[in-house]
Design a protein around this ligand. Structure first.
Ligand code: PLP
Length: 371
């Protein structure tokens, strides 16, 4: 019986989610946004779990974001409405999937960064007698997707000439600034990007396009984004679970640690071999911990000086300081994961804990949904 088990009795490797810390992060972000009269539209690509999305909406979010059509399908199947797909839907098969999903949930919203794509979406919608809310995706320097700010008005014009598309506003995501270590530098660079997007929003609305959404931002800039004029909502993702990569940047009150949000997610692993002098081998390797961003941080044992190093597909290396007790086979090592999104995508479920005891198991129902 898993329920009521102590977290350190769970089999490893596994992901545990402290629901009290999770709720604290959800409420902290929601309260900050509300105080600045902004909304939240949290990104579900981080947690890939419709149970968490429902909690974010329950706390006051206007909707959630999905990166891909398959994530949106999973969210709708999980009872979540008000989903914004934050990447263009570009291929014929995915446009078909979007049409089918729109029949189930007319509240879906999609970004567009290309005139031809707007026309194709419009044609597919017209043939089926459907209509779709859309945002112009503005490239504010990430160069991944989005139209150049100076071309946004032209695209808005094309969209408004498409009778089956309803232009609702713009999206601007400055992903390239989210992990800048220095808060002041991050603030300067982020404001420059987002103020450019705000200018576009001003032009689009002055031209008479009926826009009520200006969405963007992320965890690293959440408190900076709150001062961006006309920004209506924040697409924050990682704040809800946190990771080592985000913990390592500075924040307004602490130049060395991003301690505004607390990691609610940890990975439990076990020592499997302890025959070396300065390290032991644990059962969490590349197949359970995504190698990106930063090194995982060791929380247990809690003495200083324990570090995780990559050790291949199946295993990790835990180095321990001289003079400390040598961990033994079977001992549990608890880690903050390197990068939350791709690590969560490697697991089927979260063991949900409160006061270190398992109270529930939540499926990571969007796991593997990358189409
Ligand atoms: C379009 C978009 N919006 C928001 C986010 C959320 O970012 P974060 O996890 O830094 O809060 C991401 C993450 O990559 C993203 O791609």
């Amino acid at each position: 019986m898993i329920i009521s088990m102590h977290k350190y009795d769970l089999d490893t490797p596994c992901l545990v989610l402290d629901v009290d810390v999770l709720e604290g992060n959800i409420m902290r972000m929601q309260t900050m946004a509300r105080a600045a009269q902004k909304e939240l539209r949290p990104h579900a690509k981080t947690h890939k779990c419709s149970a968490i999305a429902r909690r974010q909406i329950g706390a006051g979010a206007v909707g959630v974001c999905a990166a891909k059509i398959s994530e949106a399908e999973g969210l709708v199947a999980g009872g979540v409405t008000g989903v914004l797909i934050t990447g263009p839907i570009a291929t014929p098969r995915k446009i078909e999937r979007l049409m089918s999903l729109l029949k189930k949930d007319p509240t879906l919203m999609v970004v567009i960064d290309d005139q031809e794509n707007a026309v194709k979406l419009n044609d597919s919608l017209r043939q089926r007698g459907l209509s779709l809310d859309v945002l112009v995706d503005i490239d504010v320097g990430l160069k991944r997707s989005g139209v150049a700010p100076e071309k946004a008005m032209e695209l808005a014009g094309v969209i408004s000439g498409c009778p089956s598309l309803r232009l609702r506003g713009i999206q601007a995501y400055a992903g390239q600034v989210q992990h800048i270590k220095s808060f002041d530098e991050r603030r300067k660079k982020s404001l420059a990007c987002m103020e450019r997007a705000a200018e576009v929003f001003g032009q689009v609305t002055e031209a008479g396009f009926p826009c009520d959404v200006f969405t963007g931002g992320g965890t690293g800039t959440h408190d900076i984004d709150l001062s961006v004029p006309w920004l209506t909502d924040l697409q924050v993702g990682s704040y809800v679970v946190m990771d080592a990569e985000y913990m390592a940047i500075g924040c307004a009150r602490n130049p060395d640690k991003f301690d505004v949000f607390t990691p609610s997610l940890t990975l439990l692993s076990s020592v499997v071999s302890a025959n070396q002098n300065s390290f032991v081998t644990v059962d969490a390797g590349l197949k359970t911990l995504y190698r990106d961003g930063a090194h995982p941080v060791v929380l247990k044992p809690c003495e200083k000086g324990f570090t995780y190093e990559w050790f291949g597909d199946e295993y990790g290396m835990i180095r321990y300081p001289e003079g400390t007790d040598h961990p033994r086979p079977g001992n549990v090592i608890e880690l903050v994961v390197s990068h939350c999104d791709p690590t969560i995508n490697l697991f089927d479920q979260f063991y949900v804990i409160s006061k270190d005891r398992v109270i529930d198991v939540w499926p990571i129902d969007l796991r593997g949904k990358s189409q």
